[in-house]
Design a protein around this ligand. Structure first.
Ligand code: F0G
Length: 453
């Protein structure tokens, strides 16, 4: 049994509008036909009636009550918020029960960053192990709703894993373009297992995007990259859920990793909408952290106040965010400005240390997610985040997404033979290399005794 569509009405509740010139676009477009800017979904109907014709108080109760429902879409941490999503025929919804991800306290990380309390919203606890599932359920469902047979994406690994899973669940064919040798094998294995046609192109992520944008001109293939505005809508729900988990009391800071810059855009859009609809009375500061080797947004703000984005040749071991020409930079810039957040970049060594620290709190995440803690430390040092303020890190990927990185780190191989080898001495204290022993009780006991000293 599936739920009723969000709202029954004879005029559409949601509309696609250009973020640049404000022109309205057809529902399956990605860029404005007039000025080529990105599109976003807006809900003109909300002004008169509120989402689903309900007040914020009624919606809060409805969303909470749906957690106890046996209906698949209600059990989804995305579709239980369907009043704030575009309307999609209920029988077309593809859900793997995404969302409903936990918030964890990070006591050790808080101490290391110099703040009293620190939480993580762990989006890596989604069905395919990354935050991408929350957006994918909406965009893949829209593809099915619109009659597409094929979906496609260019990816650094997580989008492709997620898309392949949702396509398989929804009976759609999927095409994945990934940079050859530059994504973790764990993510690559997912898209193979879920049955996508997986092509490793001898280029980087930005090159894969260029090829895919051409391919979709020639075939009726629906693009599921994050320029897809339906993905952004699904990813919004993570912020609604976060605020629900915090009793609708906004934290002072939300820290998000930045790659193609869709997630920060989605979280910011959600908070803007929550404020407009009276769910919250103030916006948290949303700050975006990039890797030093893939920092076009940071550079753009530092060098020209965000007037234009100059693409960079991206390089970082946090392969998920190895992106030099982020598509959603204008949306993210708006979020940073209106929430009075900031941007920062962090080094490879800072990322590696932060990842190990998140692991040592018993949680773990993939390297790209760890930029948040590394960035927070810098923001505390700069005085942008005060010790007594509340902060939430958005962890985007599961620790098992990149086991090779984790193993190399603990074995001390991550920076071996690189220019950073000497500098990386400072993170040795976090390394716990696997220990090979004879199969003897004595040997294990001796080890334990020496560990206790
Ligand atoms: N963290 C992880 C684990 C990611 O996979 C990504 C993006 C990001 C952060 C950055 O999010 O692009 O919205 O700013 N991964 C994409 C992919 C690009 O293809 O999987 P963003």
């Amino acid at each position: 049994m599936m739920p009723e569509p969000a709202i029954e009405t004879d005029h559409p509740v949601s509309q696609l509008r250009c973020i640049g010139c404000g022109q309205i676009a057809l529902p399956d477009r990605f860029r404005c036909e007039h000025c080529r800017d990105l599109l976003e979904i807006t809900y003109p109907g909300w002004e008169e009636r509120g989402p689903g014709g309900l007040s914020s108080v009624a919606l809060k109760r409805l969303w909470r009550d749906r957690r106890a429902s046996l209906v698949p879409a209600d059990q989804s941490g995305v579709w239980r918020f369907r009043e704030i999503l575009p309307e999609i025929a209920s029988e077309k919804i593809i859900t793997i029960r995404e969302g409903n991800t936990p918030i964890y306290e990070l006591p050790h990380c808080a101490r290391s960053a110099g703040v009293e309390r620190l939480c993580a919203k762990h989006q890596g606890m989604n069905p395919t192990g990354s935050f991408k599932d929350t957006g994918m359920t909406v965009a893949a469902s829209f593809a099915r709703h619109s009659g597409y047979k094929w979906v496609a994406c260019a990816s650094t690994g997580n989008t492709s894993a997620s898309m392949a899973a949702y396509a398989a669940r929804g009976g759609l064919h999927s095409l994945v373009l990934i940079p050859d040798g530059k994504i973790s094998w764990s993510k690559l294995s997912q898209s193979l297992d879920y049955g996508a046609i997986t092509c490793q192109l001898k280029t980087d992520f930005d090159g894969c995007v260029r090829v895919l944008n051409e391919v979709v001109q020639h075939m009726p293939v629906y693009l599921l990259n994050s320029v897809n505005p339906y993905r952004v809508e699904g990813q919004k729900t993570a912020a609604f859920e976060l605020l629900e988990q915090l009793g609708w009391e906004p934290p002072d800071h939300i820290i998000v990793p930045g790659g193609n810059l869709a997630n920060s855009s989605a979280i910011g859009k959600a908070l803007r909408e929550m404020k407009q609809l009276g769910f919250i009375s103030r916006l948290p500061k949303i700050s975006v952290i990039q890797a030093e080797g893939a920092n076009p947004m940071v550079r753009s703000i530092r060098e020209n106040g965000g007037e234009k984005l100059v693409p960079v040749h991206a390089d970082t071991m946090a392969t998920a965010i190895r992106i030099g020409n982020p598509a959603s930079w204008k949306k993210a810039l708006r979020v940073i400005r209106e929430s009075e957040g900031t941007v920062e970049d962090v080094s490879e060594i800072e990322i590696a240390l932060a990842k190990a620290e998140i692991g040592a709190d018993g949680i773990g995440c993939e390297p790209a997610s760890a930029v948040t803690l590394a960035g927070l430390k810098k923001l505390v040092k700069q005085g942008f985040v005060k010790a007594g303020e509340s902060a939430v890190l958005v962890l985007t990927g599961h620790v098992l997404k990149d086991p090779e990185y984790t193993l190399k780190f603990h074995r001390g191989d991550l920076f071996a033979g690189t220019q950073l080898e000497k500098e990386s001495e400072v993170i040795k204290f976090q390394q716990r290399s696997p220990i090979t022993l004879e199969p003897s009780v004595q040997a294990v006991l001796e080890l334990l005794r020496s560990a206790e000293k």
